[in-house]
Ligand binder design. Structure first.
Ligand SMILES: O=C(CO)COP(=O)(O)O
Length: 254
């Protein structure tokens, strides 16, 4: 199938430069499977991107947590895709649920951002996921499909896209989706891609899970056939992130 396991660490709005340096030295000392087996990307706040890029081991990569929707200019407080490219930052996370919910980013706005970032040469971790209310009302797949459609409408080449399925009710709550719940949505999403984009894109696009992933639950989740990795929040700031990266071994031996 050729979907390389992918582990992202989303550091969100956390860290001082001293704390960031400590995390980097833990990561740099970690024994993990080779780059052929797992792709590791960590995402510090914008201001720490150069520090992390300079000090992080070369087999791990960096991502920004957001970027502006179009070319830079008179947009106070924003950071453009071109600036990330200029600093050789290869990845960007877009459409995280915290931005959708707290900053009002719509499906269409996220779709525009994904398309623009890709057009500039960035690789994108595009986040989708339903709220608890939406899950309980049975609309999980409608919500996730609508979020994915807004991206699919504008994206032709999916080579540089990773989809992160992050159910909002599982983020930062300690309430992880069960392996069966994650597998169900990942499989549905893959089916959606097959029906609405192409069989090739469905087979090759990595769909990673995010929401209370930890060293304790990562192996069982990684054992699910359509879970191609993780986007980790809280645990990515801790040494257990190394254990989560090692969950890639589960796939290798599957
Ligand atoms: O939002 C997340 C990653 O983007 C998940 O956060 P937690 O792992 O802290 O639940």
């Amino acid at each position: 199938m050729g979907r390389k396991f992918f582990v992202g660490g989303n550091w969100k709005c956390n860290g001082t430069s001293d704390e960031i340096k400590k995390i980097i030295s833990t990561l740099n000392a970690g024994q993990v499977p080779s780059q052929d087996v797992v792709e590791v990307v960590v995402s510090p706040p914008f201001v720490f991107l150069p520090l992390v890029k300079n000090e992080l081991r070369p087999d791990f990569h960096v991502a920004a947590q957001n970027c502006w929707v179009k070319k830079g200019g008179a947009f106070t407080g924003e950071v453009s895709a071109e600036m990330l490219v200029n600093l050789s930052i290869p990845w960007v996370i877009l459409g995280h649920s915290e931005r959708r919910a707290l900053l009002g980013e719509s499906n269409e706005f996220v779709g525009d951002k994904v398309a623009y970032a890709l057009s500039q040469g960035l690789k994108v971790i595009a986040c989708v996921g339903e709220t608890l209310e939406q899950r309980e009302s049975g609309s999980t797949m409608d919500v996730v499909a609508a979020q994915t459609k807004a991206i699919a409408d504008l994206v032709k080449d999916w080579t540089n896209v990773v989809i992160a399925y992050e159910p909002v009710w599982a983020i930062g709550t300690g309430k992880v989706a069960t392996p069966a719940q994650a597998q169900e949505v990942h499989a549905e999403l893959r089916k959606w891609l097959q029906a609405n984009v192409s069989a090739e894109v469905a087979a090759s696009t990595r769909i990673i899970y995010g929401g209370s992933v930890s060293g304790a639950n990562c192996k069982e989740l990684a054992g699910q056939p359509d879970v191609d990795g993780f986007l980790v929040g809280g645990a990515s700031l801790k040494p257990e992130f190394i254990d989560i990266i090692k969950a890639a071994e589960v796939k290798k031996s599957a």
